[in-house]
Design a protein around this ligand. Sequence first.
Ligand SMILES: NC(=O)c1ccc[n+]([C@@H]2O[C@H](COP(=O)([O-])OP(=O)(O)OC[C@H]3O[C@@H](n4cnc5c(N)ncnc54)[C@H](OP(=O)(O)O)[C@@H]3O)[C@@H](O)[C@H]2O)c1
Length: 238
Amino acid sequence: MKKAIVIGATSGIGRGVAKLLATNDYRVGITGRREQLLLELKAENPDAFVVQVFDLKNVNDIPQHLDALTQKLGGLDLLLINSGTGHRNPTLDFSIEEPAILTNVHGFTAAADWGFNYFEKQGKGHLAVVSSIAGIRGNRYAPAYGASKAYQMSYMASLRHKADNLKLDIALTDIRPGFVDTAMAQGDGIFWVAPVEKAAGQIVSALQKRRKIVYITKRWRIIAFLMPLIPGWIYKRI
Ligand SMILES: NC(=O)c1ccc[n+]([C@@H]2O[C@H](COP(=O)([O-])OP(=O)(O)OC[C@H]3O[C@@H](n4cnc5c(N)ncnc54)[C@H](OP(=O)(O)O)[C@@H]3O)[C@@H](O)[C@H]2O)c1
């Protein structure tokens, strides 16, 4: 049986992926801050899930939590960093930007570094992140969120460069959703909103194929291609 950790499995995409991995012969370590939601997921399939409660903003604690969870699982093949946060911030209030930076940049980096080093020592493994289409081009709605997702994309590219250069057998997958029907996808102007089950299915399929970059759902690849090409005089009106 393979072993996976899904960081941020309490709700939404992470919960959907964790459930699907469990039905695909994985033992899954599930994390997040809302312990009750993790315990409810575990109750659905007690043998499949192992719970570890932690806040990704507490970066110094992340290695010990991931060490402990990996020990409880009995090894690790796949680490998926799904946790993320971000809100619209029309007044550029730093108290809104800060949690996105601490979670999506600091916490992500601490977890990704732990995972890469673990897999390097082990000689193989698979590290994946749920970034976002929002990382492709800065936008006025949620500046820190978009910037933090661009950071994750670039960081994954850097880790791929490192793994290739050192000829390491570490798969790296950057998962870039458009809109998925979760608590995070709110507000006017959202479209092509995918159900969580559909998004989770495409994510697990991409992970099984060890894909490098994947758009969720698949048609968001079109938006990803077009977004950088939109001239500034049009983009400023969006
Ligand atoms: N939904 C979309 O349309 C969409 C589009 C593009 C990208 N994404 C990305 O998809 C990922 C999952 O989001 P979602 O849409 O499924 O929303 P969600 O239901 O709100 O899930 C967010 C997850 O992140 C965890 N999380 C947030 N802050 C955390 C922290 N400080 N420490 C530990 N875990 C934390 C949450 O767990 P706790 O609150 O229990 O800690 C939860 O499990 C995010 O990275 C998001 O940026 C979503």
